[in-house]
Design a binder for this molecule. Structure first.
Ligand SMILES: Nc1ncnc2c1ncn2[C@@H]1O[C@H](COP(=O)(O)OP(=O)(O)OP(=O)(O)O)[C@@H](O)[C@H]1O
Ligand SMILES: [Mg+2]
Length: 473
């Protein structure tokens, strides 16, 4: 469970943060002054700090600087009001994760908190390489096949340089893990590592996210904003899914690589920045080049140092090792004993083509464990887990038809005010009760299966008044 520290002298605000964040499953602490906050950071090392810039006694900025000294990679979100934005901007230039203007929207704040926690985890959790599965941590690159040995060597070679690296490979092959490993073994390991996902951010926002803007650069630019690249000064920026980066922004990245400087939107001068770029893509860049969607000058510049991650079907010898790793990791996460896997089930795993690569294998093992009833994992559970995977990717017309029929019935028969909500509740309660049945009544496993937190599941069970048949604990 992630822990968050709120430093703000406003008791009311700390209280409401406490309520909202605890409901989300976070462990929350509060401090009314910078001094008290620093004490908590030293003692309990939280995962994220939300810091008000205006504080009695030690100022927000002084507190921020002190936090940097105690734990340089601890993500900090600054809260500011009109009148103190300049200070907040200064703090982002010095590496604060972001700042928000009071009053803020709770959903926006929760999204930002999620992102900041992930950034902190990326910087602070080491990625191990080539370790024994049972001893490996959650963040490890597993595999001993020849192609993986080459990957380890490549990581070793490029880490200690400042070279731009391009990581290529199909979806789920571990590109992000490799990017983090390069960062952690690099000379910049104690400086920031910021991830920009070029597809997740809408095109019109991506440019300002990367490069920042000046006040008045466009309608709505009410104050200056420092971009991620400037924020990562002296550190590393991971441009994920670079194959999907809009053409116009590609030119600016090329310029950053060549001239080591950026320009904020609406800015009048260039700003020198010292960042190392690691990029990744699962796209066929050569086709994109031919179709005019990717700049050839950027392509040639990026591809000088390329690490290619082979698909899992080309290194099936790694499947048993990866399987062992995922069983031991997920069994302990689910609070189960590790009872291994039968030979037949392992054979089935080695024969499957794994179009979704290691991500798909990991998901399948996790599901198989959830279906498991305390014996070694056997063939049926694997088959069930794999076919479940496929259901998600293939259009399943019969399910669709059934749901449509049900929807039409609901729309024609019912004449109630809250039809939409009651239908949604109906579906939710069916989904939850099925998850509970599949997991034998085990709430942690059912929550995992549903992709929601345990407290959220608990509140829905209460809400829908669901009965649970427990077969295993
Ligand atoms: N060699 C490996 N050993 C252990 N776990 C791995 C390995 N490679 C990938 N994983 C795990 O598989 C999942 C997918 O990996 P990752 O996110 O790095 O893939 P990706 O190549 O970035 O995929 P995408 O193109 O879809 O973004 C992650 O949970 C990661 O921890
Ligand atoms: Mg990725």
């Amino acid at each position: 469970m992630s822990s968050i520290l709120i430093i703000d002298d406003d008791d009311q605000l700390r209280k409401s943060f406490h309520k909202v964040l605890s409901q989300e499953g976070y462990n929350v602490q509060g401090a009314a002054s910078g001094e008290a906050g620093l004490g908590i950071i030293r003692k309990e090392s939280p995962d994220l700090v939300i810091l008000d810039i205006r504080l009695p006694g030690m100022s927000g900025m002084e507190t921020f600087q002190a936090i940097r000294e105690i734990e340089g990679k601890l993500p900090v979100i600054i809260m500011t009001a009109y009148g103190t934005t300049e200070t907040a901007i200064e703090a982002t230039k010095m590496g604060a994760f972001d700042y928000v203007l009071k009053p803020f929207d709770i959903p926006d704040m929760l999204t930002l908190i999620g992102q900041a926690l992930e950034a902190g985890r990326f910087m602070r959790t080491p990625v191990e390489m080539d370790v024994i599965p049972e001893k490996a941590s959650k963040e490890a690159i597993i595999g001993r096949s020849k192609p993986m040995q080459d990957v380890y060597k490549a990581i070793g070679r490029v880490s200690s340089t400042d070279a731009t690296v391009l990581i290529r490979g199909e979806s789920g092959t571990g590109k992000e893990l490799v990017a983090r490993a390069i960062y952690q073994y690099s000379l910049r390991a104690d400086k920031p590592f910021l991830v920009i996902n070029c597809v997740a951010i809408p095109e019109n926002l991506l440019e300002s996210e990367l490069f920042g803007y000046e006040k008045g650069a466009f309608t709505g630019a009410s104050h200056r904003r420092v971009g991620k690249i400037e924020q990562a000064h002296k550190g590393t920026v991971f441009l994920d899914e670079i194959g999907d980066m809009p053409f116009s922004i590609q030119a600016k990245i090329l310029r950053l690589l060549q001239e080591r400087s950026i320009e904020r939107l609406g800015g009048r001068g260039t700003i020198p920045v010292d960042v190392r770029i690691i990029a990744a893509t699962n796209r066929d860049l050569e086709t994109a080049l031919n179709e005019g969607r990717f700049r050839d000058d950027l392509y040639y510049r990026l591809k000088v140092v390329t690490i290619l991650l082979p698909p899992l079907r080309e290194r099936t010898s790694d499947i048993p090792l990866l399987t062992e790793y995922f069983i031991s990791r997920y069994a302990s996460e689910l609070g189960m004993d590790n009872r291994g896997i039968t030979k037949e089930a392992m054979d089935l795993l080695t024969r499957h083509p794994w179009p979704g690569n290691i991500r798909e294998l990991g998901n399948a093992i996790q599901k198989a464990l959830i279906f498991n009833r305390g014996t070694p994992i056997h063939t049926e559970e694997i088959a069930q887990a794999i076919s479940g995977e496929n259901l998600g990717t293939l259009p399943d017309e019969t399910t669709d038809q059934v749901v449509r029929k049900w929807a039409r019935e609901a729309l024609s028969v019912k004449n109630e005010k809250n039809l939409f909500d009651s239908c949604m509740d109906n579906i939710a309660s069916i989904l939850i009760s099925e998850a509970l049945i599949l997991s034998g009544g085990n709430r942690s496993r059912a929550a995992k299966l549903l992709g929601i937190s345990r407290p959220t599941l608990h509140s829905k069970i209460e809400k829908y008044n669901l009965k649970i048949e427990t077969s295993v604990k």
